[in-house]
Design a protein around this ligand. Structure first.
Ligand SMILES: CC(C)(COP(=O)(O)OP(=O)(O)OC[C@H]1O[C@@H](n2cnc3c(N)ncnc32)[C@H](O)[C@@H]1OP(=O)(O)O)[C@@H](O)C(=O)NCCC(=O)NCCS
Length: 170
């Protein structure tokens, strides 16, 4: 089921985020941005509370996927600088827990997030690791257009990753 974020989703979302740190150990190219050490639970609660507050304020669209009685995916579109000259641009992020990928959940979540973003933003942008071919294929399929490559924009240990920058215009 695809639906908007609820306050009670916090534990599942933090647990999913922590699982990505475990996944990084087996997939060093995992395509989200990490901190050098896993943030503690208090920091995660503060992050979630901020996300939820910004959704209530109208500066975030947050969509989740619920499967097997738990939240397995989150897609958010956030305004980086509310009430500024960047207010018309939303930045999209998406993560799905391992075991639930490649079943169309990402497609459904982004479609819903774009539907809800239509009234809030004129443009949605994102950055994606150039090695993340699945994510790039998905974004292209849904109408995102590449506008450049940011070389070595991510430094993970001694390794650098390039990011593709893409946008979607309503
Ligand atoms: C990227 C992610 C959000 C995509 O969600 P998903 O539910 O797995 O994606 P979907 O099943 O809806 O669609 C994936 C599409 O990519 C295609 N695909 C899968 N692997 C691919 C690959 N290696 N190269 C090209 N296309 C690929 C699938 O065939 C599918 O296309 P289709 O619908 O035309 O058949 C999800 O896999 C994920 O959370 N990955 C880990 C975190 C991440 O990378 N987040 C993105 C950060 S920018």
């Amino acid at each position: 089921m695809i639906r908007t974020l609820r306050w009670e989703d916090m534990n599942d979302i933090v647990s999913n985020y922590y699982s990505f740190y475990d996944e990084l150990k087996v997939d060093p190219d995992f395509g989200i941005i990490f901190y050098p050490t896993k943030p503690d639970y208090e920091s995660e609660i503060a992050w979630f509370a901020g996300l939820y507050r910004d959704m209530l304020l109208g500066d975030v669209v947050a969509v989740v996927a619920e499967e097997d009685g738990r939240v397995v995916g989150l897609c958010d579109v956030h305004r980086t600088r509310p009430k500024s000259e960047l207010s018309h641009v939303g930045v999209l992020g998406i993560t799905i827990r391992r075991g639930y990928r490649d079943r169309g959940i990402g497609t459904a979540m982004i479609e819903k997030a774009l539907e809800l973003s239509r009234d809030k933003f004129e443009i949605v942008r994102l950055d994606v690791f150039t090695v993340n071919s699945r994510a790039i294929a998905l974004y292209r399929k849904l109408g995102f257009v590449e506008y450049g490559i940011f070389p070595a924009s991510v430094k993970r240990g001694s390794r650098y990753y390039d990011q593709m920058m893409m946008y979607y215009k309503f």
